[in-house]
Design a binder for this molecule. Structure first.
Ligand SMILES: Cc1cc2nc3c(=O)[nH]c(=O)nc-3n(C[C@H](O)[C@H](O)[C@H](O)COP(=O)(O)OP(=O)(O)OC[C@H]3O[C@@H](n4cnc5c(N)ncnc54)[C@H](O)[C@@H]3O)c2cc1C
Ligand SMILES: NC(=O)c1ccc[n+]([C@@H]2O[C@H](COP(=O)([O-])OP(=O)(O)OC[C@H]3O[C@@H](n4cnc5c(N)ncnc54)[C@H](OP(=O)(O)O)[C@@H]3O)[C@@H](O)[C@H]2O)c1
Ligand code: SF4
Ligand code: SF4
Length: 507
């Protein structure tokens, strides 16, 4: 028997550190780590010890022979990675046996001078980036950490973004929560930096401040009708089904039979999947009660995913697409409106992504007709090479006009969800790059603001799964500690208890 990594993998590499035979790849420092969708276990080297399954925070590792039906293909997917990429060249193999792969010292460790004085660091944001930075500081230094979040519950997008039907992924919140009660941590929830306390006040009470504030708003299409009622950003829809306190329970009405989703990234797949899932299957998840009620009343029969490029460039990950294909009671179709689609999918040189669409039915959809509501199965239509030109309607959106192989098409729809990406917002007291929606920095150090750092989506832009923030945090914390060792940080002018009093007063 061997173990296999499955769909939920968020590439945080926690398993790599515990594997006694180093058979999980790509590992930190190896080519492809950082761009790969998931990590893979080499079945030829795995000795079946189970340490990786114990270490995985999102329950992504299972014995290959015990994989549930929908995940069984992952045994082959793990093995295929090594067939395709070859096995890592062992360094010192003669000394350590054929399975040894020397990938160096653990990635997140660093050596500090023996007299390194503990720091007092504020971290703004309790999403993955903030929590990985906190974990790094707490585990590798004796620093004190002040965690601040503007929302009443910690977790960032783990709590308010990750889809409720991904309970294993949401469980990483429990791993982070262990640090909320760490003896060297003080957490302040419902405290907005920029509203309740200023950046200068926060800086005055700490040696360093790390901003892990994410990317909380949506990108705009810039087309006519974008603001019509019924045209909603996916950020709002996602927050609605996750019970975000700032989105009203009645913000979404599912009274239309067809929904157009612009974009085909993982967020687009999340919202499409929630729209067509059996509400009964969502009832035991963390889905908001108001959303579950609306999903039970939903009239939605068809969700159209508009991708402006071809199937070979679909922005979703292969793992999420495979999961969608296994969703019970849902039909998937590719709109065959453009000859480039068949060419990309059927070609003997089709990319791995394009090949994933090969077994889906292709049909020339008649958009002038309403969706077929007679069958029991709702369906998802992938429409590639199609960009929205205009949202049409009077008091409510009625259709989306979109480009297509045979010219622009009018797609009747009563709801449009714009899943074209998140966007960072300016943070008071910090520089901001309007183009990228990020804070300018050098290896995490905010440009022109000594003692101030960024991590996560506000640093890199809104892309990458949970695990990407771990590597990102390692870089930022490394820079912060380098600055501390080099004497580039100013000591706080007020104490920790003074900050706690200030926070209590202001909230
Ligand atoms: C809808 C959605 C689903 C996703 N699902 C998955 C998934 O299944 N698997 C996966 O690997 N990745 C997933 N991701 C990606 C993952 O969520 C991100 O990589 C990650 O959350 C980014 O972390 P972050 O800490 O930078 O930002 P966030 O998680 O957004 O955290 C930012 C935090 O900062 C706080 N904050 C902001 N401004 C202030 C302020 N002024 N004062 C105080 N606090 C503030 C916010 O309240 C928030 O808690 C998903 C992303 C989205 C959008
Ligand atoms: N389960 C998971 O692991 C999970 C779940 C959710 C999110 N995430 C991660 O979170 C990150 C954000 O995801 P996301 O889906 O918001 O972003 P994304 O992956 O960047 O996808 C954005 C989509 O919008 C399209 N788009 C952008 N601008 C457009 C425009 N002007 N007109 C038409 N289409 C446009 C993009 O097309 P182009 O590709 O042509 O640019 C793409 O299809 C990703 O890294 C994702 O993997 C992970
Ligand atoms: S089961 Fe053990 S040997 Fe196999 S991949 Fe996991 S940690 Fe490594
Ligand atoms: S989520 Fe992390 S620990 Fe789990 S399999 Fe993926 S890389 Fe390994």
């Amino acid at each position: 028997m061997t173990f296999a990594i499955t769909q939920n993998c968020c590439t945080d590499a926690a398993c790599v550190a515990v594997c006694p035979v180093n058979c999980i790849h790509p590992a930190p420092g190896e080519r492809d780590f950082g761009t790969t969708e998931m990590l893979y276990i080499d079945p030829a080297a795995c000795i079946d010890c189970g340490a990786c399954a114990d270490a995985c925070p999102v329950d992504a590792v299972h014995p290959a022979e015990e994989l549930p039906r929908a995940q069984q293909q992952y045994a082959g997917i793990n093995a295929a990675y090594f067939e395709r990429s070859g096995r890592p060249v062992p360094q010192g193999a003669a000394d350590h046996g054929p399975n040894f792969h020397a990938w160096g010292t653990p990635h997140f460790e660093r050596v500090l001078p023996a007299d390194f004085a503990p720091l007092r660091v504020a971290i703004v944001g309790t999403g993955p980036a903030g929590m990985y930075a906190a974990e790094d500081l707490l585990l590798h230094t004796r620093s004190e950490v002040t965690l601040v979040d503007r929302l009443p519950a910690p977790g960032g997008l783990i709590r308010y973004g990750v889809a409720p039907d991904h309970p294993a992924t949401k469980r990483i919140g429990e791993t982070f929560a262990r640090f909320h009660t760490h003896p060297r941590v003080h957490m302040h929830l419902g405290l907005d930096v920029g509203t309740h306390v200023t950046a200068a006040e926060l800086a005055a009470h700490h040696d360093a401040v790390v901003y892990a504030v994410g990317a909380s708003t949506d990108r705009r299409l810039g087309i006519p009708g974008e603001d019509l009622p019924g045209s909603i950003a996916a950020t709002t829809f996602v927050a609605w089904y996750n019970a975000h306190p700032e989105v009203a329970p009645d913000a979404v009405a599912l009274s239309a039979d067809r929904v157009v989703v612009v974009g085909n990234g993982n967020v687009a797949l999340d919202v499409a999947r929630i729209l067509v899932s059996d509400p009964g299957a969502l009832a035991d998840t963390a889905v908001a009660g108001h959303a579950l009620g609306e999903l039970r009343r939903s009239k939605v029969r068809e969700v159209v995913l508009l991708g402006r490029r071809g199937p070979e460039h679909a922005a979703c990950s292969g793992t999420e697409l495979l999961a969608l294909k296994s969703l019970p009671g849902v039909g998937l179709v590719v709109d065959d409106h453009d000859p480039r689609i068949g060419a990309a999918v059927d070609s003997s040189e089709a990319t791995e992504k394009a090949r994933l669409f090969r077994d889906l039915p292709r049909e020339a959809v008649d958009w002038s007709a309403p969706p077929d509501t007679s069958g029991q199965r709702p369906r998802i239509v992938f429409r590639f090479h199609s960009e929205p030109l205009e949202m049409r309607g009077d008091e409510q959106i009625r259709s989306v006009r979109a480009t297509g192989g045979a010219g622009a098409q009018e797609i009747a729809a009563g709801l449009a969800l714009r899943a074209i990406g998140y966007r960072g917002v300016p943070q008071a007291g910090l520089p901001f790059d309007e183009g990228s929606g990020t804070v300018p920095h050098e290896r995490g150090r905010v440009t022109g603001r000594p003692g101030t750092y960024v991590v996560g989506w506000i640093k890199r832009g809104p892309s990458g799964g949970i695990g990407a923030n771990r590597r990102c945090a390692a870089e930022t914390v490394g820079t912060l500690l380098d600055d501390a060792v080099a004497g580039r940080l100013s000591a706080p002018t007020a104490g920790a208890s003074a900050f706690r009093r200030l926070a209590r007063r202001r909230r």
